[in-house]
Design a protein around this ligand. Structure first.
Ligand SMILES: Nc1ncnc2c1ncn2[C@@H]1O[C@H](COP(=O)(O)OP(=O)(O)O)[C@@H](O)[C@H]1O
Ligand SMILES: N[C@@H](CCOP(=O)(O)O)C(=O)O
Length: 292
């Protein structure tokens, strides 16, 4: 039996506007988690980075042993993090997927992959970052059904990542428990347009499809600078701007030719309201979580 394993998991951008809690895409950067079993000592030693809250990589790791009725072995966990924490780029999903995948591997892969994925989704609470992190690509999840959504290669995701954090828990706390019927209907139409727009690379369909009525109206107030950053991206030629995951990172979809200009405009707009930000011109990647 192996006693150590490394798992790489991609960052994700979830929701993509109208696909709240069901649509997300894997990106071309990610986190690496190395797990080495020990004979004894404290349950977990973490090396490489400090996580503000609970270490969800260890939580996922321990969950696998618990579900199989086995004692959780002491482990040294080494983190190589490239996904910023609490920014809406799926950091928690990388950790959960890595923990479960690592423990599953070390136990000899005894469970169907679909069961391990379901446990990962259960721990995160929604599938739209965990599922693309697991499989790669852009994925729509509906119950147990997962669809690969074609992503036109001329659509470039451009991220503006502000210096402040916003936890997913905070961003979910502002959502109402009920929404008006017209808002639900508007999102049904928008999601249809978005999926078609992502497939065709159609600017008109993307503009319509990125409009959301379920979460963004309630969350944008948590993101100082949202309005000027959105306006700057649109003026620089973006198809639209949405909150990446639960925020505060903002995602613009752009043509390849305009991507660098959109990135620069978004960062400048954030700086204009006194908030530091970094940009990242990314790609949707086919590569899901990898055990090495
Ligand atoms: N890379 C990581 N490794 C371990 N635990 C993590 C990691 N990223 C996030 N977490 C845990 O998940 C919690 C929730 O993160 P969250 O606000 O959902 O961030 P994000 O939106 O970036 O996924 C964090 O407070 C932390 O306890
Ligand atoms: N659908 C979730 C997505 C959270 O993604 P994260 O990258 O912020 O963890 C939500 O919008 O709450």
């Amino acid at each position: 039996m192996a006693t150590e394993v490394a798992v790489w998991v991609p960052a994700t951008t979830a929701n993509l506007g109208s696909g709240f809690d069901c649509l997300g895409a894997a990106l071309d950067f990610g986190n690496r988690f190395h797990f080495a079993l020990r004979e004894g000592g404290e349950p977990v030693q973490v090396v490489g980075a400090q996580i503000g809250g609970e270490n969800l990589a260890y939580r996922g790791f321990a969950l696998m042993y618990e579900r199989l009725g086995q004692p959780v072995p002491p482990v040294t966990l080494t983190l190589e993090l490239n996904v910023p924490l609490a920014r809406g780029l799926g950091s928690s999903a990388t950790a959960i997927v890595a923990g479960l995948r690592a423990a599953h591997y070390l136990l000899g892969n005894p469970m169907p992959e679909s069961q391990v994925l379901a446990w990962a989704v259960g721990l995160e609470g929604h599938p739209d970052n965990v599922v693309p992190a697991w499989w790669g690509g852009c994925r729509l999840t509906c119950g147990e059904r997962v669809c690969l959504i074609p992503w036109h290669p001329e659509i470039i995701p451009v991220f503006a990542i502000p210096e402040f954090e916003l936890s997913t828990a905070q961003a979910r706390a502002v959502l109402p428990s009920q929404i008006p019927y017209p808002d639900a209907v508007a999102n049904l139409g928008a999601l249809g347009c978005l999926l078609q727009g992502l497939r065709e690379g159609s600017p008109e369909l993307l503009r319509t499809g990125l409009r959301d009525h379920l979460h963004q109206p309630y969350r944008r107030g948590l993101i100082p600078g949202y309005d000027p950053v959105e306006a700057a991206a649109l003026a620089a030629g973006a198809y639209g701007v949405v909150i990446s995951g639960a925020g505060p990172t903002l995602l613009a979809l752009s043509t390849p030719a305009q991507a660098d200009g959109v990135a620069k405009a978004m960062v400048q707009a954030w700086q204009g309201v006194g908030i530091g930000a970094l940009s990242r011109v990314s790609r949707v990647s086919d590569q899901g979580a990898q055990v090495a």
